[in-house]
Design a protein around this ligand. Structure first.
Ligand code: NAP
Length: 537
């Protein structure tokens, strides 16, 4: 598109997931001329693509949804403490319609490139079909888990049966009834999927490379009394999420592990095991993620639970992680996961004992031989945090390509801007606070919206992060990650993607402190941002 042509919008938001929906609303309310483009056919983002059986929240529903509209809080009734994919997708459609956002959304627009025109500091966003839109500002709300990853196991293309990735599940559903099914992977998606497939499949074989520390989600239907209680305490729920370390509703324990006797510790672990969701991590002793001995003890407690739930001791041992402690990789939450391995139609293949060799026309070959399958499910994860941004050709100042700039490691300013990419914002990408993502994303969207309002008020149309501020922030991201016990082989470190720099990708600092820091930015005149006017308007 030639320089000087009219803009299609002042701001273009990319992605209609949790962050894009909120960003579109905030910017429109603030009077910006804004459009949103989305690759799918409807809203939902992660909750649009990940419609595999068993997909659900593991943050409490009422802590995951939006808090900005009293009307939405009043009108929407969550059905389960941890909503399933269908309920969440309905919720995001409800919000979109309620706020009349659809008129500014364009679907089936899969972005291929985002290119800066340095002559007038505008961006051209081009879809895979060649359609191009031009705007002054771009907000990438492309999510942290939106690029499915298929490992390069030889032969994948020659398989003749049905194959699906959990992150790209067909809308029409998959019929497992009586079929012989393989699931590759044992991360959070597989842990949710496996018990559901086990109920339907004739035979299910799980191909596990690394077991995870899974613990009960303890989901349930929300009763009328609970619903009334939730509605009456939304302010409190919101406050406790925003004043917590990672945005969850659970309160942190002030105690250290070895302040208590063994009986007291075991009593707390037992209580936590029966509490909802991430209480096991967050309401645990405060040194569980920093003191190796403390972590080892809680891991042993969970190991005992696994042994008590899996009938075959040899299978139980294979399901117990040996290379990392609880919480050192993102711990999945489960419902009947371990019991699935007691079913006669379910088998576990330990890929450490018998590694994958190839995918064949009929199925999967390991060093123990070939098995034929009707369906293979790839629960093999995502190119997390950066994948959605490095997948596209994002081209900034001097022709620099974001993918290449980040190859040795991510550098950002507050996870919101990138050096050399003026007027380009991230509503949720690398350096986003790890935890209850909607709460972290909300901070980012509020920051970006406030920054654009500030620039408008002060007549600035070019915004770029200061290189020094970027370097300092990136150092902080790495420094805070060093405090906690974290496994090297986690997707949080990009370790699941061959060739990706191994570095901690989210921000491991406190959400409360980060929120306070971001809230103070307007009165400080947005430090770390260099404002200007375009070379040519
Ligand atoms: P994941 O945690 O990255 O798990 C991918 C699985 O595929 C791992 O078990 C991995 O084994 C396996 N794998 C990858 N390459 C392989 C290979 N070449 N051979 C054999 N196995 C291979 O992905 P995910 O389960 O989709 O979960 C990703 C994240 O999404 C979660 O951590 C969570 O944050 C989010 N999630 C959230 C929810 C929720 O909120 N309820 C649900 C699902 C997912 P290795 O471990 O050995 O690499």
């Amino acid at each position: 598109m030639a320089t000087g042509q009219a803009l299609d919008a002042e701001v273009i938001v990319i992605g209609a997931g949790v962050s894009g929906i909120y960003e579109l609303h905030r910017l429109r309310e603030s009077g910006f001329d804004v459009r949103l483009v989305e690759g799918g056919t409807n809203v939902g983002g992660t909750w649009y693509w990940n419609r595999y059986p068993g997909a659900r929240f593991d943050s409490e529903s009422y802590s995951y949804g939006y808090f900005f509209s009293q009307e939405i809080l009043d009108e929407w009734n969550w059905q389960e403490h941890f909503a399933g994919q269908a309920e969440t997708e309905s919720y995001l459609n409800f919000v979109t319609d309620k706020l009349d956002l659809r008129r500014d959304m364009r679907f089936n627009f899969r972005v291929k490139s985002i290119v800066l025109d340095e002559s007038d500091d505008t961006w051209t966003i081009t879809a895979e079909d060649g359609t191009a839109l031009r705007s002054r500002f771009v907000v990438s709300a492309t999510g942290v888990l939106s690029v499915p990853y298929w490992p390069s196991i030889p032969g994948r293309e020659r398989y003749q049966g049905e194959a699906h990735h959990t992150g790209l599940w067909p809308k029409s559903g998959v019929d497992f009834a009586g079929k012989k099914v393989a699931v590759i992977g044992s991360g959070a998606s597989a842990v949710q999927l496996i018990p559901e497939v086990a109920k339907q499949a004739g035979e299910l074989v799980v191909f596990q490379r690394t077991p995870n520390w899974n613990s009960p989600l303890n989901n349930g239907t929300i009763t009328d009394e609970e619903q009334a209680e939730i509605k009456a305490t939304y302010d409190e729920i919101y406050r406790s999420c925003m004043n917590s370390f990672a945005g969850f509703v659970h309160s942190a324990s002030p105690k250290r592990t070895f302040d208590d006797s063994k009986e007291e510790r075991w009593a707390l672990y037992e209580k936590l095991y029966h509490q909802k969701g991430f209480a096991k991590l967050i309401s645990n002793y405060r040194d569980m993620m920093t003191n190796r001995e403390a972590n080892a003890e809680f891991s042993e407690f969970i190991a005992e639970k696994i042994r008590s739930r899996v009938n075959d001791p040899a299978v139980a041992e294979k399901l117990i992680p040996k290379d990392h402690g609880f919480g050192m990789r993102r711990p999945p939450m489960e419902t009947g996961y371990y019991e699935a391995f007691n079913q006669p139609n379910v088998t576990l293949v330990d890929l450490r004992e018998t590694p994958l060799v190839t995918i064949t026309e009929a199925g999967i070959e390991t060093t123990a031989g070939e098995q034929a399958f009707d369906i293979i499910v790839w629960a093999t994860g995502f190119d997390g945090f950066t994948g959605a941004l490095t997948r596209m050709d994002v081209i900034g100042e001097g022709g620099r390509v974001l993918r290449e700039q980040w190859a040795p490691g991510v550098v950002s300013y507050l996870g919101a801007m990138v050096p050399g990419f003026p007027n380009f914002f991230l509503a949720g990408g690398p350096h986003l606070i790890a935890g209850n993502f909607p709460r972290a994303i909300e901070i980012m969207v509020d920051y970006i919206t406030g920054l654009l309002e500030y620039a408008r008020e002060h007549g600035h149309t070019v915004l770029a992060p200061d290189e020094e501020a970027c370097a300092r922030w990136t150092e902080e991201v790495h420094a805070v990650a060093d405090i906690a016990l974290m496994a090297e082989n986690s997707w949080f470190r990009g370790a699941n993607i061959p060739g990706k720099a191994n570095e901690y990708l989210p921000y491991a600092g406190s959400l409360t402190k980060f929120r306070q820091r971001m809230a103070a930015m307007p009165e400080q005149g947005y430090p770390g941002i260099v404002f200007g006017t375009p070379a040519l308007v």
